[in-house]
Design a binder for this molecule. Sequence first.
Ligand code: CTP
Length: 409
Amino acid sequence: MTDPRLDGKKLILGVTGSIAAYKAAELVRLLVRAGAEVQPMMTADATRFIAPLTLGTLAKRQVLIQVFPENQDGSWTKHVDLGLWADGLVIAPATANTLAKLANGFCDSMLTATVLSARCAVLVCPAMDHDMWTHPATKANVDRLRSFGYTILDPERGELASGLIGVGRLPEPETIAAFIGEWLESRTQVNRSLEGKKVLVTAGPTREAIDPVRFLSNGSTGTMGFALADAAARRGADVVLLAGPVDLPTPAGVDREDVVSADDLHRAALNHADADLVIAAAAVADYAPATAGEQKMKKADEDLVLQLRRTPDVLAALGERKQNGQVLVGFALETRNGEANARGKLERKNLDWIVLNHANEAGAGFGTGTNRVVLLGADGSRHELPMMDKAAVAARLLDLITAQETAKE
Ligand code: CTP
């Protein structure tokens, strides 16, 4: 059965020397069945786990391994040609060794040389032993790859080839194939569905001053909100981004206003209450110190009790004055009873949508590059998205929200 997101797409599938290489055969089959053209590439070590003939037969293409193959035509620039040919380059499984090579720009195989010359989007699906995955060297390499704009599909937790239980398993081929569809669509689509619309996004944490040098805050890094602002701007919207204290660059074409406290955010948001779409991704402090001293507090021998006051609920305030046709989207970060709590917030704050993420799930919520969310609609709809990088989550959320709203018009 073809998949419109993959049909006619050109993919390079790189396979490296992990026991999980056997899953690549099924992945090639799924991608080809979905309509994609797949060019397999293997590292020499990968051929010890699975025969090139297997992948080549399933892909109906010659598997490429060496940069300097004993080819007849004498050309050696195939890696450059293929890097231009592909819509996407996927490496599954990617070993710790390959991550290290890519992070440092090595090009000692057909695959690594192609990655270095590729202009298309790159998706890396690591697989390895738990301790290798959690080693600071691997973490640094993965961060480096993310900084190049590569997407990382984090490995899953489960039984590993070593017999140990931990994080490091390559996700099942069906999961990877579904992820590739979402990822490719979010990377290649030209979509101006928000042209002429004003979109207000709140992002990041707030800081509530205790005194001039201390504050109450939370671990939000603003990544999800910034990804949403970026995705909305790419679709042609006039985006106002109200950002708490975060360390992120402003996405292109976005009008950013920095705020510090919940009170600041409240004031700024009410100035933009005319937005067509409001996405409240900020992790706003629910309480602030009742009085912030002008001078630095001095310690005393006794314990300290801080008196806290409730901060204004920015999103609820916008919900109270919701205009006709305006769409309000909130976020809920829950540790338990997620869906029931999120639906409660949706109703209380007069929202159209709420995005639920689970605070205690690895790879989701604060401070990660990825997220796994469920979008709940006021109309009772429910869309569960797979674990994806936050840019892909943002694109998918906007797709779902705008599709529904267009259907209503
Ligand atoms: N929100 C807001 N202003 C606040 C608090 C929250 O705009 N003062 C928004 C957030 O941006 C998010 C949603 O409301 O979109 C979160 O709802 P909330 O009920 O505040 O979540 P929690 O603070 O996690 O609530 P609880 O402690 O009840 O779980």
